[in-house]
Design a protein around this ligand. Structure first.
Ligand code: IPD
Length: 276
């Protein structure tokens, strides 16, 4: 994607303001208009991979709001939104990251909205209404929780580190993800499984965990949270120098990244079910 000829480069701060405004409106929808009883829902990749009518209503609100403000932008969203724009800007959106938490009223869920310019994320917000917390970041402009500028936690060796991770929705993937956790757990302080990749990445930025790894995340799970983590000083990457992506995302302060990578990446490679 390249910017429209002659158009001025979008200002990341303006994109962030729009993202925050839309994320807050979406958060209000998800809290105020959630039905009292059971949510209507369907399943996606597996019986545990759910989509509720609130996910789709939230994605629709985001799409309409972006279209109204910036009609030439593209959008990619978890619930099917995938459009190519002409402006060079694309919005990468997870209307509810942590849908299972939302279903159970477990507070760790978030609206995640990132703005890419020419394929690079330049602004992102992770808004967690049930936690009352909003993380933001601008490329080169730092990360914030509310008004507070974030830095990753103090340096710790792997054995003293609290490590977050997550699991996919397919039973087969979970079986080998469990094998990896069983190798990691004896070598770290402890493991956390919060249920929202976006919040896990922001937790690295906030020093609430020391590191995070997961296999099977999609761009909408990672886009905003990875910028927050990086701008707070974390390294966010994949296996053996690859960028973070579906195969692996690792996030940790520079003092911990290599040790976490070496513990996790080789085991993922060895156990990859794609290789049988
Ligand atoms: C999921 C959450 C979860 C992670 C899964 C994601 P969703 O996103 O981020 O923590 O472990 O890999 O798919 O489905 O709730 O938007």
């Amino acid at each position: 994607m390249s910017g429209a000829a002659g158009a001025s480069r979008p200002d990341p701060a303006e994109l962030l303001n729009l993202a925050v405004d839309i994320a807050q409106r979406t958060g209000r929808l998800l809290v105020d208009e959630r039905p009292d009883g059971a949510l209507d829902m369907g399943t996606k990749s597996s019986p545990t991979d759910i989509v509720t009518t609130m996910d789709t209503a939230a994605e629709r609100l985001i799409a309409d709001a972006v279209r109204e403000a910036r009609p030439d932008d593209g959008m990619l969203g978890e619930e099917g939104m995938d459009t190519t724009g002409s402006s060079g800007v694309r919005w990468v959106v997870d209307p509810i990251d942590g849908t299972v938490n939302y279903l159970y009223r477990y507070p760790a869920w978030a609206v995640s909205i990132a703005a890419e310019v020419d394929g690079k994320v330049v602004a992102g917000v992770v808004h967690a209404p049930a936690l009352g917390e909003t993380w933001t970041a601008i490329l080169g402009g730092g990360a914030r929780l509310g008004g507070r500028v974030l830095r990753v936690g103090e340096p710790r060796e792997l054995g003293q580190s609290l490590i977050a991770t997550g699991f996919g929705y397919s039973a087969a993937d979970r079986a080998w993800q469990a094998e990896i956790v069983s190798a990691v757990l004896p070598r770290v302080r402890d493991i956390r499984r919060g249920g929202s990749a976006a919040i896990d990445l922001c937790s690295v930025a906030t020093g609430r965990v020391d590191g995070y790894y997961e296999r099977g995340c999609n761009p909408w799970d990672l886009a905003a949270g990875a910028l927050v983590a990086r701008e707070a000083g974390a390294i966010v990457g994949g296996s053996n120098g690859a960028p973070a992506g579906y195969d692996l995302v690792l996030a940790a302060p520079p003092t911990l990244f290599a040790a976490l990578h070496d513990l996790v990446a080789s085991r993922f490679d060895a156990l990859d079910p794609k290789d049988g």
